[in-house]
Design a protein around this ligand. Structure first.
Ligand SMILES: N[C@@H](CCC(=O)N[C@@H](CS)C(=O)NCC(=O)O)C(=O)O
Length: 254
């Protein structure tokens, strides 16, 4: 069996797909693509139906999107399973995984806004990826690409501020899913990979990490996705972070 995974650096659902491949013990090769341009490459050159990553080719067959990848991997190699056998439990994992798709939007929207303003931090997201050019060249030539990513992802001031304010409720939801046993068990399921990689990306933000550290969600993210995807130093205006301040106090008093 030949498996090729297409990713862009820092992509949390792409990281989820890669971690699931590793969890299954499936050998794969990875192709790293530059963001934004990846859309053209994935749809027009590689002829996937959509333009996003993660995308995989299994013996030439195309599977796209982290939720399709998790199901495909369970068919390719049933053990260890990514979904519980019990239908009721499976439905809960699937619902959590689906919600994870919306949750993904928070770090996606805020990271482009932040990376524009923290240019030097871009290099940390490129570590371990091969895009055919030295990191310093990629960073030096990034502004047009980042501007385009901001436009494509609607990363305006207003949207970013709203997304940050949505973080506490999303973390409560993840902690709740852990408490209910839907995720966070000894054997990770598809929703664990989906949610943990999103939280891990949020933890890359110096401004946001204190609100996650000490929560069950933070422990889960470190266990499932040990390697941080990169680092973004302080960047958001203080008043945007106010919804997280009570969070940090709460997490540190627990
Ligand atoms: N919900 C989709 C998300 C796909 C998605 O939006 N991927 C982003 C990376 S996180 C992408 O391909 N972006 C390309 C770009 O921004 O140019 C999934 O889980 O697969």
């Amino acid at each position: 069996m030949s498996v090729r995974l297409y990713v862009i650096p820092g992509s949390h659902p792409a990281r989820a797909a890669e971690l699931m491949l590793r969890y299954k013990g499936i050998d794969y090769k990875r192709t790293d693509l530059p963001p934004v341009m990846s859309r053209f490459v994935v749809r027009r050159l590689l002829r996937f139906p959509g333009d996003r990553v993660p995308a995989i080719k299994v013996d030439g067959r195309k599977v796209q999107g982290s939720q399709s990848v998790s199901r495909e991997l369970d068919v390719l190699r049933p053990e260890p399973p990514l979904f519980p056998e019990d239908p009721a439990l499976r439905a809960r994992v699937e619902t959590a995984e689906r919600w994870g798709d919306d949750f993904q939007e928070i770090p996606r929207k805020i990271s482009w806004w932040a990376l524009k303003r923290r240019k030097a931090d871009q290099a940390s997201f490129l570590e371990g990826y091969r895009l055919g050019l030295p990191t310093r060249v990629l960073v030096a030539t990034s502004p047009p690409l980042i501007r385009m990513a901001i436009r494509l992802n609607d990363s305006t001031d207003e949207v970013v501020c709203e997304q940050i304010a949505a973080i506490p409720a999303a973390l409560d939801k993840v902690d709740g899913l852990i408490a209910e046993g839907v995720i966070g068990g000894a054997e990770p399921n598809a929703a664990d990979f989906q949610l943990a990689t999103t939280i891990r990306l949020l933890m890359a933000f110096a401004d946001i990490e204190p609100a996650i550290e000490g929560r069950p969600a933070g422990e889960l993210a470190r266990r499932i996705a040990p390697d941080p995807p990169g680092h973004i130093g302080p960047v958001f205006p203080g008043d945007w972070l106010r919804p997280l301040e009570t969070e940090s106090l709460r997490a540190s008093s627990n």
